[in-house]
Design a protein around this ligand. Structure first.
Ligand code: CAA
Length: 280
C-alpha cells in the first residue's frame, strides 16, 4: 500500500518508520527540508538500534529506508490509500491540512489523524468525506509500543474502521477501538495520573524520585509518572489536561499549577533539556 505521513516529529517519524518497515511505500511530508533530514536521521538511528538488538536484519533496515520518500509537498499524497497526519496539536493547522487533503487524495483514501486529544468528529467535518476520517493514535516510541488507539468520529464508517484495524494488525500492532470523547482512553486515564503525581510533588507529599519509585516498583510501570511526563513533554501533558478540563467541565481535570509554571518557564522535559529531571 502507498502511505503518506504528515509531520516528521517524534510521532510522525516513528509512524513512517513502522509503515515502511512493514513493506509500505511511505511518503514523509514536512514543511522544511531541514525537518525531513532530521526525521530521516532519527529513523536511521532507530533502525540501527533494531539491527544491533537483532530485532531486524541489516538488509531490512536498508529496504525500510529505501521505501521512505521525504517530501515538502502534500501533493505526493494523491495516490496514497492511507494518509496519517501527525503534526503538532493545533486544530487550525490540522483543519488546513485536512481541507487540502480532501482536494488532493483519491475519493476512497482514508484520512487518519494521530491526534492525542483533538476531536476526530471536528477534524472529519473539515472534509467532504467524514466517513473516511478516523483516528490512529500511536504511542511513543512507535517502533516499540504495541498499541494503536483507533478513534471513531461521529461519521466514521464501519468499512473505514475495519480497513484501519486490519492495517494496524499488519504492522504487528494491537488496535483498540474507542469512541470520540476527550482524551479517548489513553490520555483520559494516563494524564490525570501524571497530573496527580505533579500535585504530589507540589504539595511535598514526597520527593520526585520517591514518587516515580512508588509507581515503578509498586505498580510495575516501566517509567515513573514524572519521568514519563518528561518523555512525553510537559507542554503536551498540559495541553491534554486543558482538553480534558474543557471537554468535561469537571474540576477533577484541573491542570496542576506546578505543571503550568514549568511549561511557562520553558521546562518541557527531555526535549528542552530540563523538566522534572535534567538531560545532557
Ligand atoms: N525505536 C526503536 N526501538 C526503540 C526505540 C525507538 N525509538 N526506543 C527504544 N527502543 C527499544 C530498545 O532498543 C530496546 O529494545 P530491546 O527490548 O530489544 O532491548 C527497547 O526498546 C527498550 O529500550 P531501552 O532498553 O533503551 O530502555 P527501556 O527498557 O527503559 O525502555 C521504553 C524504554 C520502551 C521507552 C520504556 O521505558 C517504556 O515503555 N516507557 C513507557 C512509554 C510510554 O508510556 N509511552 C506512551 C507515552 S504516551 C503517548 O505516546 C501518547 C500520548 O498521546 C501522549
Amino acid at each position: 500500500m502507498k502511505v503518506t505521513v504528515i509531520g516528521g516529529g517524534t510521532m510522525g517519524n516513528g509512524i513512517a518508520h513502522v509503515f515502511a518497515q512493514f513493506g509500505n511505500e511511505t511518503n514523509l511530508v514536512d514543511v522544511k527540508q531541514d525537518y525531513l533530514d532530521r526525521a530521516m536521521n532519527t529513523i536511521e538511528k532507530n533502525l540501527n538500534r533494531q539491527v544491533k538488538k537483532e530485532k531486524i536484519a541489516q538488509a531490512e533496515a536498508e529496504s525500510t529506508l529505501a521505501r521512505l520518500h521525504p517530501s515538502t509537498t502534500l501533493d505526493v499524497a494523491a495516490d496514497s490509500g492511507l494518509v496519517i497526519e501527525a503534526v503538532f496539536e493545533s486544530f487550525s493547522v490540522k483543519q488546513d491540512i485536512f481541507k487540502q487533503l480532501d482536494g488532493i487524495c483519491k475519493p476512497d483514501a482514508i484520512l487518519a489523524s494521530n491526534t492525542s486529544s483533538i476531536s476526530l468528529t471536528k477534524i472529519a467535518a473539515c472534509t467532504s468525506r467524514p466517513q473516511n476520517v478516523i483516528g490512529m493514535h500511536f504511542m511513543n516510541p512507535v517502533p516499540v509500543m504495541k498499541l494503536v488507539e483507533v478513534i471513531c468520529g461521529q461519521a466514521t464508517s464501519e468499512e473505514t474502521l475495519s480497513r484501519v484495524t486490519g492495517w494496524a494488525e499488519d504492522l504487528d500492532k494491537v488496535p483498540v477501538t474507542v469512541q470520540d470523547y476527550p482524551g479517548f482512553i489513553s490520555n483520559r486515564v494516563l494524564m490525570p495520573m501524571i497530573n496527580e503525581a505533579v500535585y504530589c510533588l507540589m504539595e511535598g507529599v514526597a520527593e520526585r524520585d520517591a514518587i516515580d519509585t512508588v509507581m515503578k516498583l509498586g505498580m510495575a510501570h516501566p517509567m515513573g509518572p514524572l519521568t514519563l511526563a518528561d518523555f512525553i513533554g510537559l507542554d503536551v501533558c498540559l495541553d491534554i489536561m486543558e482538553v480534558l478540563y474543557e471537554g468535561f467541565g469537571d474540576s477533577k481535570y484541573r491542570p496542576c499549577p506546578l505543571l503550568r509554571r514549568m511549561v511557562d518557564a520553558g521546562q518541557l522535559g527531555r526535549k528542552s533539556g530540563k523538566g522534572f529531571y535534567e538531560y545532557a
